[in-house]
Design a protein around this ligand. Structure first.
Ligand code: LMR
Length: 396
C-alpha cells in the first residue's frame, strides 16, 4: 500500500530549516522560521521558565494523566491573559478554554470541532497568511476562501479590499484574524478598523477565529489584545487559538490553547463537551510540562514580573533590529524606500523581495528567508546585519 505514495513537497517554513541545517557554508544565516534570537544569536530558555521548572521539579508529585482539557489553572490564566480579568465574557462564563498542543493544535481542534458539530464549512483567511493555515483547515474539512489584506504597492493594509472580500461571506462562515503581528506581513488593523470588523461580523453573523501567537511582541500584552477584546465584547460567538511558543520561548513544548465563546454559559458548556470529544479522538489528553510552566509563571507575582520584563526585552530587541535593518540597507546604497519595515510589528517583515531574489539570497549568499519574501527580523543581530544587507543590496 505504500509504494504508490507521492513524495510531499518540503514545508515552506520548516523545510527551510532542514535545508539550512544541511547547508555546509559556515557564513549561513537563517531568517526563515520565526524564532527569537538574542544578540549572541542564541534562543535561550527564559530565566522565568527556568525558575518555574525548578519549582516544578521540586514540587511535582505525579505524572498521572491530565483531564482531556488539560491543566485547570492553566486554562484560567490563559483566559485572563487573553481578555484581561474584567472582561464581560469571563464574568458571564461564556468562555471555555482547553489546553492544546501549540497554536497549530488549537487551530486544528477549533476547525475540526466546527466541521463535526456545526453547519459551518467555510473559513476566510487573509491573502497572504501563515503558510500552514490552508493546510490545517483543509485537513480538518473546511473550505478555504481568501480575503484581500496586503496592498503591495503601498506596502500597507488593503482595508477596503478586505471589506470588499468579506462582503461575500455568508452567515456562519469563520473569519481567521491574526490577533496581532500579522504573519507574514507585520501589518495590523488599528482600533477603528477592528471596530469595523467587529460590526461586520456582528451584522453578517460571521464567526471570528483568532490566531493569536504573538501577544506581547507588538506593543504590549494588553495593547496587542485590544482587537480580540473588542470583538469578544461585540459578537455572540468567537474562537481563539493562542500559542506560547514565542512569548514564553516554549517552542518545543508545544503549548497553546483553544478558547470558545458562546452566546450563553449553557451553550458554551455544551459546546465544550464536543471540543473535549474532538481532543479525545485526536490525542486523548495533552502533555503537562508546558502548561505547568505557563501557569506557574502567570500565577506567581514575582515570576510574572520577571517574565514580563523578559518579554519587553525581546520586543524591544526586535524593534531595534527593524531600525538597524532599515538604516543598514540605506548604508549599503539601497535606493528603494524600506522605511515601511519600521512600521511593521512582530517578528516578521514582508520585504517585497520576489521568488528569484529569495532564491539568489540562498544560493549566492547563504541567507535563508521564506519564499514569500518574509524575513524573520527576530533572527537578525548586530553581528549578522551587515552580511544580510549586503546580500539584499546585491540581489535587488
Ligand atoms: C513561523 O511562521 O515561522 C512559525 O509560526 C513557525 C511555524 O510553525 O511555521
Amino acid at each position: 500500500i505504500f509504494s504508490d505514495v507521492e513524495l510531499a513537497p518540503a514545508d515552506p517554513i520548516l523545510g527551510l530549516t532542514d535545508a539550512f541545517k544541511a547547508d555546509p557554508r559556515s557564513e549561513k544565516i537563517n531568517l526563515g522560521v520565526g524564532i527569537f534570537k538574542d544578540e549572541a544569536g542564541d534562543t535561550p530558555v527564559l530565566a522565568s521558565v527556568k525558575q518555574a521548572e525548578a519549582i516544578l521539579l521540586a514540587e511535582e508529585s505525579s505524572k498521572n494523566y491530565l483531564g482531556i482539557d488539560g491543566v485547570q489553572l492553566y486554562n484560567k490564566v490563559v483566559q485572563e491573559l487573553l481578555f484581561g480579568n474584567e472582561h464581560q465574557v469571563l464574568k458571564d462564563k461564556r468562555a471555555v478554554t482547553a489546553q492544546a498542543p501549540g497554536g497549530t493544535g488549537a487551530l486544528r481542534i477549533a476547525a475540526e470541532f466546527v466541521v463535526r458539530n456545526t453547519p459551518s464549512r467555510v473559513v476566510w483567511i487573509s491573502n497572504p497568511t501563515w503558510a500552514n493555515h490552508r493546510s490545517v483547515f483543509e485537513t480538518a474539512g473546511l473550505e478555504v476562501k481568501e480575503y484581500a489584506y496586503y496592498d503591495a504597492e503601498q506596502q500597507d493594509l488593503d482595508f477596503s479590499g478586505m471589506l470588499a472580500s468579506l462582503a461575500d461571506a455568508q452567515p456562519g462562515d469563520l473569519v481567521l484574524l491574526h490577533g496581532c503581528c500579522h504573519n507574514p506581513t507585520g501589518i495590523d488593523l488599528n482600533l477603528s478598523q477592528w471596530q469595523t470588523i467587529a460590526d461586520l461580523c456582528f451584522e453578517k453573523s460571521l464567526v471570528p477565529l483568532f490566531d493569536f501567537a504573538y501577544q506581547g511582541f507588538g506593543k504590549g500584552l494588553n495593547e496587542d489584545a485590544a482587537g480580540l477584546r473588542l470583538l469578544a465584547a461585540k459578537v455572540p460567538e468567537l474562537l481563539v487559538a493562542n500559542s506560547f511558543s514565542k512569548n514564553f520561548g516554549l517552542y518545543n513544548e508545544r503549548i497553546g490553547a483553544v478558547t470558545l465563546i458562546a452566546d450563553s454559559a449553557e451553550t458554551a458548556a455544551v459546546a465544550f463537551s464536543q471540543v473535549k470529544r474532538t481532543i479525545r479522538a485526536n490525542y486523548s489528553n495533552p502533555p503537562a510540562h508546558g502548561a505547568l510552566i505557563v501557569s506557574t509563571i502567570l500565577s506567581r507575582p514575582e515570576l510574572r514580573v520577571l517574565w514580563e520584563q523578559e518579554l519587553t526585552t525581546m520586543r524591544n530587541r526586535i524593534a531595534e533590529m527593524r531600525t538597524l535593518f532599515v538604516a543598514s540597507l540605506k548604508a549599503e546604497g539601497v535606493k528603494q524606500d524600506f522605511s515601511f519595515i519600521e512600521r511593521q510589528a512582530g517578528m516578521f517583515s514582508f520585504s517585497g523581495l520576489n521568488k528569484q531574489q529569495v532564491q539568489r539570497l540562498r544560493d549566492e549568499f547563504a541567507v535563508y528567508i521564506v519564499g514569500s519574501g518574509r524575513i524573520s527580523v527576530a533572527g537578525m543581530t548586530n553581528a549578522n546585519m551587515g552580511a544580510i544587507c549586503k546580500a539584499i543590496a546585491a540581489v535587488l
